[in-house]
Ligand binder design. Structure first.
Ligand SMILES: [Zn+2]
Length: 118
């Protein structure tokens, strides 16, 4: 059987979860109403568990997939990249907390790059 939110077209009028409720449940932030619903709909609860597993798998596999390499961050710091790459990585550092943290770590640790930069 399909989870309730997929079968709502087949059974109009039945109680369903909104997409927002499904997402909040996947993130472990379901409201009491959604939690009560899931206690009486184990099939939906199981589907949310499956979706949460899938989300974690994707997060693990895709983590920093589109981020520059450490070498690129180092080259950015030393100004060794061409203008377009320098701007692209600078823009990325403004929006990516992972790369921004790595960049700070690379440039501020006692054995980091800062002492080598003249
Ligand atoms: Zn990044």
């Amino acid at each position: 059987m399909d989870p309730c939110w997929e079968s709502m077209q087949q059974h109009p009028g039945t109680q369903t979860l909104s997409s927002l409720s499904v997402l909040s449940a996947m993130d472990g932030e379901a409201d009491p109403e959604t939690l009560a619903y899931l206690q009486t709909h184990p099939q939906c609860a199981a589907e949310i568990t499956r979706l949460r597993w899938l989300q974690n798998l994707l997060r693990t596999r895709l983590f920093r997939l589109f981020c520059p390499s450490t070498d690129m961050l180092i080259d950015h710091y030393f100004g060794l990249l061409d203008c377009d790459q320098h701007i692209t990585i600078g823009d990325h550092l403004k929006i990516c907390p992972h790369c921004a943290a790595e960049f700070v770590m690379l440039t501020r640790t006692p054995t980091g790059l800062e002492s080598d930069k003249s």
